[in-house]
Write a protein that binds this ligand. Structure first.
Ligand SMILES: [Fe+2]
Length: 200
């Protein structure tokens, strides 16, 4: 059984609805908590994809899109320094800072098998869908001389079926996440390629 189980189903305080960290506060947290540049890039990529999806596919207003973005940006904030307490530490930090309950819940549901929290909202489901796939697609870009340039969905699909490629990416989690939404995998892969390629 996972050591990371949160053993909770409610997060944050509904009274804090709409409260987000300022961009400065979020960036400062990243600088302090995540020295690993690769992990920081992963979080920025998930943030960009979450924001784009909120606007383009969910018709989100600016405040809601920022919430999706910040959930992506902070979802692994404690992974490097507190691997045995991921994501309990960042959740408690955001609760202490009175951050929006839906954002905290979204972070808590980005790995149901590990944290024991089922994704409920669309935002919860999409962070679960994007997390592993975003990392996988970035790993695929890194081995191409032209990186994201000219990358196509077919080649990513082929790599997904090759267990030895990016073996740490759990294919079962991807399948489980996709089963919870109505969008096909190919469309999700194209969306990720389009929206994370420019993130540095
Ligand atoms: Fe992640």
């Amino acid at each position: 059984m996972s050591q990371l189980l949160l053993n909770r189903s409610e997060f944050g305080d509904p009274a804090n609805a709409g409260n987000l960290l300022s961009n400065e506060e979020a960036n400062q947290l990243l600088e302090e908590w995540v020295p690993n540049e690769r992990l920081r890039l992963h979080m920025k990529q998930v943030a960009a994809v979450m924001k784009a999806w909120a606007i383009q596919r969910e018709g989100a207003d600016e405040a809601t899109a920022r919430k999706w973005e910040q959930a992506g940006l902070l979802h692994d904030a404690d992974w490097e320094k507190y691997p045995n307490d991921h994501c309990r530490v960042i959740i408690e930090e955001l609760e202490r800072r009175k951050v929006d309950a839906e954002l905290i819940c979204c972070i808590a549901s980005h790995g149901p098998r590990y944290f024991g929290v089922e994704p409920v909202s669309v935002m919860d489901k999409m962070i679960y869908v994007f997390d592993e796939l975003s990392g996988f697609i970035h790993a695929s870009a890194l081995i191409r001389p032209t990186r994201y340039e000219g990358m196509d969905v077919k080649s990513v699909m082929k790599k997904l079926k090759t267990p030895s490629f990016a073996a740490q990416v759990n294919r079962d989690d991807i399948t489980d996440a996709l089963a919870r939404i109505d969008t096909p995998l190919e469309e999700i892969i194209q969306f990720i390629i389009d929206h994370q390629k420019a993130v540095e």
